[in-house]
Ligand binder design. Structure first.
Ligand SMILES: [Zn+2]
Length: 496
């Protein structure tokens, strides 16, 4: 029998979110619990396990899984130190190990470590030794670093946005790990750093120009001597030293091919960078359109996207709706534990006066509302998109005239209808719906009039509005006249 360890650390940080992340913001599972968690939910680990299960001589040893409940601010120093220690302990298993699959996001950042994934891989390499094959997989919003590449044999990255290939990414990583363990292939990796940050609907791989670039990467991966290829566009809100975009190509021993193809991908990406920026409508104009349109209007509040790491507490659109006397029906999610507490103290059927919004991010001031408490819940429900458990903690549905607020105590992903449905709200029954996400899920809100609202927030697609301190400059679109000369860098394990 051969032993493969599996480990997982998935979290995405927005450096501009004032609310720090702690270990209580993770779902943590170890040993067999980790496999039970991943059973039948379409994750990377599920995909990898399905591949491993097809090989009778492979024994899978689950170690530790830490998955962010949502995205958030930087991980506090003490908890990062504890988490890194826990991974070290979990990987220090007794007996021989033949390979490691490490499932990572790539956009974690801690107060005391700006490349946590690179740290975890370096640590895993130190524990397992130089000879043991390690394959890591990533979200394409990860920020690829040299250290991440130095300690792995190969890397695999999602090919879809919105992400629907978690399972397939795990399968690709597992197959590649097995080929490396069998010494069928000898991976060499090329990385080209592109000084660009991108956002907007052209990133949707099914319809946007980014999809054409990813298709080019897929062709490389599936072509002669291709092992893995893709683009890391980074989470633009993770202000770390290697923030930017990277083209990645892994080939079977062919350094020249890896470099050449990575440069081609990078040039294609660079040429389309200006198309991959969000087109934004002012709050005033968005609300005016919502008032005048018959049928549901989706107001996409990308600046407060909890899945990108924003706190979810913005009331900017709510404030504009109330200020303009909006009289139709609107549905708005908002993170505000204080408002939720007030609703719980009063109870269902009571009317409360409370402040809502601006609880954490001071870009918005709290807004006073008088609201009818129509529902209270424990905020536990399953994701519509992926069936994982989501946890918003205590939740209150508040009625403010025609506006229905779903106030939650802690952020959850808000890119689909899960929170709405869990609280008895059908978005189709509303005239305006605020979706706190970088975009509108077309398969859920098809044909609805959608506006990308230029609201203030920690994850604004108006990147120039954000207070970057660390990311390399010059960077498109933050700076004028950014130049790009592709310089491939090669990575190859000595043992391969
Ligand atoms: Zn992502």
């Amino acid at each position: 029998m051969r032993t493969i360890l599996i480990a997982e650390c998935l979290h995405e940080v927005c450096s501009f979110n004032p609310v720090a992340t702690t270990l209580s913001d993770f779902f943590v599972h170890s040993n067999q619990e980790m496999l039970q968690y991943h059973h039948n939910i379409g994750t990377e680990i599920s995909g990898a396990c399905r591949v491993f299960a097809q090989h009778a001589d492979i024994h899978v040893v689950p170690t530790l899984s830490a998955r962010g409940i949502s995205s958030g601010g930087p991980l506090v120093a003490r908890d990062w130190t504890r988490l890194a220690h826990d991974f070290a302990a979990a990987l220090s298993v007794a007996g021989p190990v033949d390979g490691l699959y490490f499932c990572l996001h790539g956009a974690l950042a801690a107060e005391n470590e700006l490349d946590p994934e690179g740290f975890l891989l370096a640590q895993a390499r130190r524990i397992l030794g130089e000879e043991i094959p390690i394959v890591a997989s990533y979200d394409l919003h990860g920020i690829l670093t040299d250290r991440m590449l130095e300690h792995v044999d190969a890397s695999v990255v999602y090919h879809t946005y919105p992400h629907v290939d978690f399972f397939e990414t795990g399968e690709r990583a597992a197959r590649l790990l097995l080929r490396i363990m069998n010494r069928e292939v000898s991976p060499v990796t090329a990385r080209v750093v592109i000084p660009a940050l991108v956002r907007g609907d052209e990133l949707k791989t099914q319809t946007g120009v980014f999809g054409e670039i990813v298709q080019q990467a897929r062709d490389v991966e599936q072509g002669p001597n291709g092992l893995s290829a893709g683009l890391f566009i980074g989470n633009p809100f993770t202000d770390v030293p290697e923030l930017g975009t990277s083209a990645l190509v892994v080939t079977d021993g062919d350094e020249e091919l890896a470099s050449h193809k990575a440069v081609e991908l990078a040039i294609h990406f660079w040429q389309d960078r200006a198309k991959m920026q969000a087109s934004l409508t002012s709050i005033e104009e968005s609300v005016r359109i919502a008032m005048q349109t018959s049928g549901t209007v989706i107001l996409v509040d990308a600046a407060d996207a909890t899945s990108s790491g924003a706190p979810g507490d913005s009331n900017a659109i709510l404030r504009q709706l109330t200020a303009t006397g909006y009289s139709k029906r609107a549905l708005i999610p908002i993170v505000d534990p204080g408002a939720v507490n007030a609703a719980f103290a009063a109870g269902v059927g009571k009317t409360i006066t409370t402040q809502v919004g601006g609880a954490f991010d001071k870009r918005c001031l709290p807004l006073e509302i008088t609201a009818y408490v129509s529902m209270l819940s424990d905020g536990r429900f399953r994701s519509e998109s992926f069936r994982q458990e989501w946890f918003a903690d205590r939740t209150a549905v508040l009625q403010v005239g025609g506006i229905t607020l779903i106030a939650i105590s802690r952020p959850v992903h808000l890119f689909d209808r899960s929170l709405f449905h869990a609280h008895g709200q059908d978005p189709r029954q509303f005239d305006a719906v605020v979706v706190k996400s970088p975009h509108c899920q077309s398969h859920m809100f098809e044909d609805w009039c959608a506006r990308q609202v230029d609201a203030p927030g920690a994850t604004s697609a108006n990147l120039r509005s954000l207070p970057y301190h660390v990311c390399p400059r010059p960077m498109f679109p933050l700076d004028a006249d950014v130049r790009f000369a592709p310089q491939p860098r090669l990575f190859r394990r000595k043992s391969s």
